[in-house]
Design a binder for this molecule. Structure first.
Ligand code: C2E
Ligand code: MG
Ligand code: MG
Ligand code: MG
Length: 278
């Protein structure tokens, strides 16, 4: 029966495939121009600190304002940037932009930047970050680098060495999306992490799935004994907030506290000047 239905379907499928491939190639080309054409921008999402009962930092989240397609999410274009190699230039732009903008914030909050595993493949990553910190004047203690376990798969000794040097510089290294993908407990021992971020899929399941709560509890316990504070991301409801605080989570992030946005009154100083002059 498959053979009978096959032909028409195959044509339809081919046409769809073809369209998808062309769209992807188009995006890939557009992405190469995105930095020069100033189409990339960052949004900042608050990270709430339980101990001080205040927002202690912001995560920089990359957006692409495409001229025809509107604002595109990183989950759509980062994989394309990784495949085509443009992630290296984009990643450097993100670091530079986030550090620069953070120096202009109205409060000296921490800024968290996501790094693609591919950025660890360039031997000059450490020098790049050191130079950006020096040029922007951002205190290294305010910078957090979020990496996923995919970054730890290859060239482990090189990655460990880079993370250790960054750590000595005062930068904090955060394991992102912990509990999914290639999660391995030995990574927590082998790499110098300062903080663990629990994947948001667990947070979303907390209210109806007791297993999710048990896993979050276990990760927090692990973090405690390894001296690594645990952050929960994707906190959307009051109940989720209550549960993760009860479990001893150190920091919380999610739309319950604030959506990704412009950051801590970034234009405050300019505004004051304008108002002051008026
Ligand atoms: P991530 O690092 O885990 O970032 C958190 C994601 O969760 C963000 O998605 C954020 O908008 C979303 N989020 C925030 N609050 C909530 C909530 O309450 N509920 C739910 N369901 N989601 C929430 P976004 O901005 O679409 O980014 C997706 C991923 O793209 C990030 O996941 C990160 O892995 C990657 N990414 C973002 N910016 C960059 C970047 O500059 N460089 C690289 N290499 N990757 C980036
Ligand atoms: Mg998104
Ligand atoms: Mg992140
Ligand atoms: Mg995450």
């Amino acid at each position: 029966r498959a053979k009978h239905a096959g032909r028409g379907h195959a044509c339809f499928f081919d046409a769809e495939m073809d369209k998808a491939v062309r769209t992807r190639r188009q995006l890939e080309n557009d992405l190469r121009q995105a930095i020069l054409r100033r189409q990339l921008f960052l949004e900042y999402q608050p990270i709430y600190d339980v101990g001080s009962d205040s927002v202690s930092g912001y995560e920089a989240l990359l957006r692409w304002a495409h001229p025809d397609r509107g604002v595109i999410d990183p989950e759509t274009f980062i994989p394309i940037a990784e495949e085509s190699g443009s992630i290296v230039a984009i990643g450097e732009w993100v670091l530079q932009q986030a550090c620069q903008e953070a120096t202009r914030w109205s409060e000296p909050a921490n800024v968290a930047v996501n790094l693609s595993p591919l950025q660890f493949m360039i031997p000059t990553l450490y020098d790049q970050i050191e130079r950006i910190l020096r040029k922007t004047g951002l205190d290294p203690q305010r910078l957090e680098l979020e990496i996923t376990e995919a970054a730890l798969m290859r060239e482990r000794t090189t990655v460990i060495a880079t993370l250790q040097r960054l750590h000595r510089l005062g930068v904090r290294v955060v394991m992102d999306d912990f509990g999914t993908g290639f999660s391995s407990l030995s990574n927590l021992r082998a790499f110098p992490f300062d903080k663990i971020k629990v994947d948001r899929s667990f947070t979303g399941a907390l209210e109806h799935d007791p297993a999710a709560r048990s896993i979050v509890r276990a990760i927090i316990g692990l973090g405690h004994s390894l001296n690594m504070p645990v952050v929960t991301e994707g906190v959307e409801t009051e109940t989720q907030r209550r549960i993760v605080i009860e479990e001893g989570c150190a920091q919380l992030q999610g739309i319950f506290f604030g959506k990704p946005d412009v950051g801590p009154s970034q234009f405050q100083s300019t505004l004051n000047k304008v108002v002051g002059q008026g």
